[in-house]
Write a protein that binds this ligand. Structure first.
Ligand SMILES: *Cc1c(COP(=O)(O)O)cnc(C)c1O
Length: 815
């Protein structure tokens, strides 16, 4: 690796000449960015060759494969320069060539191959696995189009295709020699040979899965490089389509081609919602079969036999989208390797572990039997057999098991329940925050918990603090490092040393300055894009995440409406000055969420136009919330809105990213907010509203009446009337569905119920903000306690408790 800027500069110029064949002056920014990425990849793969060499000397490490339908990795360049430790060298070297590193960073596509939290978690995990020296590989789909780009036109969300590959993506390497054939449809012919049943899959439609590998560079350890493998679907140029062409059957051949390519064409933009379309099921099987095919192939090459497969390989499924791993691994063992059912089953269960991400019923995946049977005939047979054997076991083991037989089978009412399959076919099931895991055990999977209590465990989510603090917030990172040294970068728990500065007035003042600068940076960006200036002296109250009824952006909107109403009556009614910042995408077919965006937009217009509010209230909706924007926003936030209906948010990770950057949480006792509260103590967080237990009880006994809230709270009544009139808009119908959901359909997410305590708690927070000294102390306290929410901690837990894999980094340290 480059030791100084001159050796970097020389290598860069040489590489540039080699691949571009023209002078730097003639090159575009893209040329310059492209060259830098190619150079880094090559330098690092030299290091990798060295790793493979040294790794072979020792006992081979267990390989962890993280299967996820989504990897929301965002941009890599800056993060990687920091990980490799050459950011300064590269910045200075390029500057001498009159190249601005920031401009090159801007060239990179923000790889948006995910919807939100689940996909971002997968990306954070890749970083932490590499950092800790877990030999871990991501396995996913190389969508040609990632999550849509959001444009707000007249308050309405419109979606633009995210053509992230249009200039090419230099981080990836295509590996055609590692392709796998995946088989769909057709029929199964069963043959009996020497007393054994042999299954032949015939007349299937083949799809070629071609892998593209993206290297994962670990922080400060160039010898540990992991891999993210994304599969692309391509037609198999076999006799099949040649024959069709030769017969002059062009249309059929072409339709085969486009049907195949559709598989990796686009990411489904639904978050927390299961649509049940055939193409989605195809996608799921496609990357499962391709990934497992490659894993088994390479395992056999290394070990000869599959007997000890689960000692050398751990397969993790991120939610149920890859749950077909279970029947597919069984199929490989039985049909391709000739193993018997019992042995195959034991190895499969021992290899696979599953993370549940949601308790929302509409998000629990179910597939109609007819669909799966037609698309994956052999997989269907295996699922049927898994189900049959499971039920048989229940009957043998439990005396009165009618209830268990109703709730736990894989096949129920003509549907295949993927969560049930995942639980039965894996050795570990985990929730993503303590409260969430408890709800799984006591409610959602109560019966499974009776059967497989030993399988359930909790692993609270975490986020990559090297991306969301070190990289995203350089000013704060520098301040922290000056104070407590650099150890926190590799051990986030060291952030606790910041407690020593709790009473240090000059440190707190600098902390305030850093926040101010970050707010100013965001303000300038917003002004440039949207022409609204948010005064950095005002409290930045930030609500960014997917737009969803359960996340209750609506409750926040009601807060803003209420403040506005009161300020209009009495300019002294509210102390302080506020900037309300919203952002997030709505699924294209989710009309309710889209009208929430429209509502925020119209309210913003009304308030921002009102000259009397100039010093008091500002509201913005930020377009196209993605990882790059997130990295700008979290560092600039004062107040972090985490106000989901208790019990509905499994963990949240935005809450952790805000906390690390010194924002205080205003939230319900939901997801990881519970653990954030425990970490910081009651004085350093603002908690309000119904608890999860209360929500679950209300849902059960149905005693909540939203009309009561309407009639007893005049402030709320006024807001609802405004919503149902042409107060915001000529067309009062626009927000009718929102109004109806609250009153006609009894407010499923308890927005009205929690309004009063939300307002009270917000006012508490704003009062403390007026006392900057107190606020900054709390902010520091939050940063100091955020180390436990680093994904390094989470991955260490996964490695030890679930994957039984070594973290080589720690072992090396201990040696
Ligand atoms: C962290 C993150 C999320 C998840 O946010 P929540 O507040 O946990 O819902 C979604 N999108 C992006 C781009 C993120 O960085």
């Amino acid at each position: 690796m480059f030791s100084d800027k001159n050796s970097f500069k020389d290598a860069y110029l040489e590489k540039y000449a080699e691949i571009k064949g023209k002078s730097i002056e003639e090159g575009t920014l893209w040329d310059k960015y492209h060259t830098l990425v190619v150079l880094l990849k090559e330098e690092i793969s030299l290091c990798r060759a060295f790793t493979n060499y040294t790794a072979d000397q020792k006992q081979p490490a267990k390989q962890v494969y993280y299967f996820s339908m989504e990897f929301l990795i965002g941009k890599l360049l800056n993060n990687y320069l920091i990980n490799i430790g050459i950011q300064t060298i590269v910045h200075e070297g390029l500057a001498e060539l009159n190249i601005d590193l920031q401009e090159l960073i801007a060239q990179e596509s923000d790889a948006g191959l995910g919807n939100g939290g689940l996909g971002r978690l997968a990306a954070c995990f890749l970083d932490s696995m590499a950092f800790l020296g877990v030999v871990g590989h991501g396995n996913g789909i190389r969508y040609k189009y990632g999550l849509f780009e959001q444009k707000i036109v007249n308050g309405h969300q419109t979606e633009i295709a995210d053509h992230w590959l249009k200039n090419g993506y230099p981080w990836e390497t295509r590996k055609p020699d590692k392709a796998i054939v995946v088989k769909f449809k057709g029929n199964i012919r069963v043959e009996r040979v020497q007393g054994r049943l042999i299954f032949h899959h015939e007349n299937y439609e083949p799809v070629l899965a071609v892998p593209y590998d993206i290297p994962i560079f670990s922080y400060e350890n160039p010898f540990l490089i992991n891999n993210l493998r994304l599969w692309s679907a391509e037609p198999l140029s076999s006799e099949l389509d040649l024959a069709l062409f030769n017969q002059g059957n062009f249309t059929q051949a072409l339709s085969y081609k486009s049907e195949v390519e559709a598989i990796s064409y686009i990411l489904y933009p639904e978050d927390s919602n299961h649509a049940g379309r055939e193409l989605r099921l195809k996608q799921e099987y496609f990357f499962v079969a391709a990934g497992l095919g490659a894993i088994v192939r390479s395992y056999k090459k290394r070990n000869g036999t599959l007997k000890d497969f689960s000692q050398g390989v751990a397969i993790h499924i991120n939610d149920t989208h890859p749950a077909l791993c279970i029947p597919e691994l069984m199929r490989i063992f039985i049909d391709e390797e000739g193993m018997d059912w019992e042995e195959s089953w034991n190895i499969t269960v021992d290899a696979i572990s599953y993370t549940n991400h949601t308790i929302m019923p509409e998000a629990l995946e179910k597939w109609p039997v007819s669909l799966l049977k037609n698309l994956l005939p052999r997989i269907y047979m295996i699922i049927e057999e898994i189900d049959r054997r499971f039920k048989e076991k229940l009957l043998r083991r439990f005396f009165n098991c009618e209830e268990l037989l109703r709730s736990t089978p894989v096949m129920r009412e003509g549907q295949i329940c993927m969560a049930n399959l995942a639980i039965i076919g894996s050795h570990s099931i985990n929730g993503v925050a303590r409260l969430h895991t408890e709800i799984l055990k006591q409610h959602v999977f109560k019966d499974f918990h009776r059967i497989f209590g030993y399988k359930f465990t909790n692993l609270t989510n975490g986020v990559n603090h090297r991306r969301f603090l070190l990289t995203a917030n350089p000013a704060l990172s520098e301040l922290v490092t000056e104070a407590i040294g650099p150890g926190w970068k590799t051990n986030a728990n060291e952030l606790k040393k910041l407690h020593n500065y709790q009473e240090d007035a000059s440190f707190l003042e600098q902390l305030g300055k850093v926040k101010y600068q970050n707010k100013q940076r965001l303000a300038l960006m917003i002004q440039e894009k949207q022409g609204i200036y948010l005064d950095p002296h005002s409290l930045y109250d930030v609500h960014v995440k997917r737009i969803h009824a359960y996340k209750r952006q609506l409750l926040n909107v009601f807060k803003v409406m209420d403040l506005y109403n009161r300020l209009q009556r009495d300019p002294e009614a509210v102390q302080g000055s506020y900037s309300f910042i919203f952002g997030g995408k709505a699924a294209p077919g989710y009309h309710y969420a889209k009208s929430i965006i429209k509502l925020i937009h119209d309210l913003a217009q009304k308030i921002n136009k009102d000259q009397r509010m100039k010093e008091k209230l500002r509201v913005v909706f930020l377009e196209n919330f993605n990882v790059s924007l997130a990295e700008r926003i979290y560092p600039a936030a004062d107040l972090s809105e985490q106000i989901s209906t208790a019990s509905k948010e499994a963990s949240g990770t935005g809450n952790m990213k805000f906390m690390m950057n010194g924002a205080l949480t205003l939230g319900t006792l939901d997801g990881a907010n519970v653990e954030i509260k425990e970490a910081v103590g009651d004085e350093h967080i603002f908690i309000f509203g119904l608890t999860a237990g209360e929500v679950i009880e209300y849902n059960r006994n149905r005693s909540y009446k939203s009309w009561d809230e309407y009639h007893t709270n005049p402030r709320l009544k006024k807001i609802l009337e405004q919503l149902n009139s042409n107060y915001l808009l000529e067309n009062a119908q626009e927000f009718r569905a929102i109004y109806d959901s609250l009153l006609l359909y009894n407010d499923e997410f308890y927005v009205l119920k929690d309004f009063e305590s939300y307002m009270r708690t917000f006012e508490e927070a704003s009062k403390i903000y007026l006392n900057q000294d107190m606020w900054l102390k709390s902010s520091l306290h939050n940063i100091a306690e955020s180390g436990v929410f680093s994904s390094d901690r989470t991955i260490r837990e996964y490695a030890h408790q679930v994957w039984r894999a070594r973290c080589r980094r720690i072992e090396e340290k201990e040696e």
